[in-house]
Design a protein around this ligand. Sequence first.
Ligand SMILES: [Zn+2]
Length: 76
Amino acid sequence: MECFKCNGKLIEKNVNYVVDLEKTIIIVKEVPAKVCMQCGEQYFDDAVAQNIEEIVNKLKELSAEVTIVKYKEKIA
Ligand SMILES: [Zn+2]
């Protein structure tokens, strides 16, 4: 699999996924992704993207300014 942007090589890597909402910033740590070695573009599997969406939907109700969670602990 190659990067859609620059055709660079993708490597499997855990990344921090940051969602910047109006009231709160949610950081999901250690999300499994494929990252382009050349431009740094991140790609997520459909299942992972769906899990992130569910995590964010649950957490955005919180009023904390910044919420930090670990991906693995939230998908159990
Ligand atoms: Zn790239």
